[in-house]
Design a protein around this ligand. Structure first.
Ligand SMILES: Nc1ncnc2c1ncn2[C@@H]1O[C@H](COP(=O)(O)OP(=O)(O)OP(=O)(O)O)[C@@H](O)[C@H]1O
Ligand SMILES: [Mg+2]
Length: 322
C-alpha cells in the first residue's frame, strides 16, 4: 500500500474519526479500527502510524486471515533454529520486526484462540517467547488492530477472547460507511479523478446533475473501495466526456433508496405537494415519447420501458392518435 495517505472527507462523522485519530496517534495505546469492508481501515492504520512518533520506521502489516494456523505462532513470535523440522534458521518474527514501530493486525478476529492468548500476553507485558526458546524477550511495539466483523459479537459466539477484546478496545474507532458520510462521496470522487488526471495525463470525465444525484444516493456497499474502482472505470471509459445516469453501471443506475433510509427516492421526478393526476402524467409522457421519436412507436415504447404491445394498448386506452 502507498504509505502516503490523504484522508478526504468533511462529513461530521468522518471529522469525528479524524479528531480521535489526531489524539491517539501521538500515544502508544492500542487502537481497534472497525467498519464495513472498504471503509478505509488499513488506510487509517497507516495514517495513525504516519502521525505517530514511530513514523520513521515502517509499519508492519499482518493479514491475520492469511496466517496459516500451524505457522502463525512462529511467524508472529519468531522461532529458534531447530524448534521444528522446517526451522532451519532462527526467525525473529513479525513482532520483533515491528519493534519501535507499529504492528497492524488486520482481520484480527481470524486469529486462533491459542494465538489470541499469546498475543494478549504480549499486549499485557510486552513479552514474546519465540517457539523453541525458554526465555522471553521484551519489545516496544504499538498495536493497531482492525476487523470488519463486530468483535463483541465474536466474543459472544466464543470465537474471540473477551480479555483480548477489552485489551484492544481501549480506543475503538468505528469508520463510518460511505452512505453515512454526507457530502463525502462527491469530495472523494473529485479526489480520485484529480489523482487519475495526474497519473494518466488524461482529462477527467464530467457528470450530469442527475448522475451526481444518483451517485450520492447509491448505498455503496463496497464503500470507498467500490467508489475508487468506479472512478477508475469511468475515467477510462469516459475521459473528457460527460457521464449521464444512463452511463452508470447497472447496480448504481437502478438503485432506489428505500423511503425508510430517509434519503428520498432516486426518481428524477418529484411529486408536487398538491399531488398529480397520474393518468394525465402518463398521457403527457406518452406524447413526449412519441414527439421525441418522431412518432416511432417501438422507440417511444423503449423510452418508457414498455413493450410495444403494452405501449399500443395504452395508446388505445387513452385514445391517443398519431
Ligand atoms: N482516505 C482514503 N483516500 C484514498 N483512498 C482510500 C481512502 N480510504 C480508503 N481508500 C481506498 O479504498 C480501498 C479500501 O480501503 P482499505 O483497504 O483501507 O479498507 P478496509 O476497511 O481495510 O477494507 P476491508 O475490510 O475490505 O479490508 C483502498 O484500496 C484505498 O484505495
Ligand atoms: Mg482491510
Amino acid at each position: 500500500m502507498d504509505t502516503k495517505v490523504q484522508l478526504v472527507g468533511e462529513s461530521p462523522k468522518f471529522q469525528e474519526v479524524l479528531r480521535t485519530i489526531e489524539l491517539v496517534s501521538v500515544t502508544d495505546v492500542a487502537v481497534l479500527l472497525t467498519g464495513e469492508t472498504g471503509t478505509g481501515k488499513e488506510v487509517m492504520a497507516q495514517a495513525i502510524h504516519n502521525k505517530s512518533p514511530r513514523k520513521q520506521r515502517q509499519m508492519i502489516t499482518i493479514n491475520c486471515a492469511a496466517l496459516p494456523d500451524e505457522l502463525a505462532e512462529s511467524l508472529l513470535f519468531g522461532h529458534k533454529k531447530g524448534a521444528f523440522i522446517e526451522a532451519t534458521e532462527n526467525n525473529i518474527g513479525y513482532i520483533s520486526q515491528a519493534r519501535s514501530s507499529t504492528l497492524f493486525l488486520d482481520e484480527i478476529c481470524e486469529l486462533s484462540l491459542s494465538i489470541q492468548a499469546k498475543l494478549l500476553r504480549f499486549l499485557e507485558y510486552g513479552e514474546v517467547q519465540p517457539v523453541g526458546q525458554t526465555h522471553t524477550r521484551k519489545y516496544d511495539v504499538r498495536i493497531i488492530a482492525a476487523s470488519n466483523k463486530s468483535l463483541s459479537e465474536e466474543v459472544k459466539k466464543g470465537n474471540f477472547r473477551a480479555d483480548l477484546f477489552y485489551r484492544l478496545n481501549i480506543i475503538p474507532v468505528e469508520l463510518p460507511a460511505l452512505r453515512e458520510r454526507e457530502g463525502d462521496t462527491s469530495l472523494l470522487m473529485d479526489y480520485f479523478f484529480r489523482d487519475l488526471v495526474q497519473k494518466q495525463h488524461q482529462t477527467a470525465p464530467s457528470l450530469t446533475k442527475v448522475a451526481v444525484k444518483q451517485l450520492t444516493q447509491y448505498n455503496w456497499p463496497g464503500n470507498i473501495r467500490e467508489l475508487r474502482n468506479f472512478c477508475e472505470r469511468m475515467f477510462i471509459l469516459f475521459s473528457g466526456k460527460e457521464i449521464d445516469v444512463t452511463n452508470l453501471p447497472y447496480e448504481i443506475r437502478s438503485y432506489q433508496p428505500s423511503k425508510e433510509s430517509g434519503r428520498g427516492y432516486a426518481s428524477p421526478f418529484s411529486l408536487p405537494e398538491a399531488g398529480v393526476q397520474l393518468e394525465s402524467v402518463e398521457v403527457d409522457l406518452i406524447q413526449q415519447a412519441l414527439h421525441n421519436t418522431n412518432g416511432n412507436k417501438s422507440r417511444a415504447a423503449r423510452l418508457l420501458g414498455l413493450t410495444r404491445d403494452t405501449f399500443l394498448y395504452r395508446l388505445k386506452k387513452y385514445s391517443i392518435n398519431i
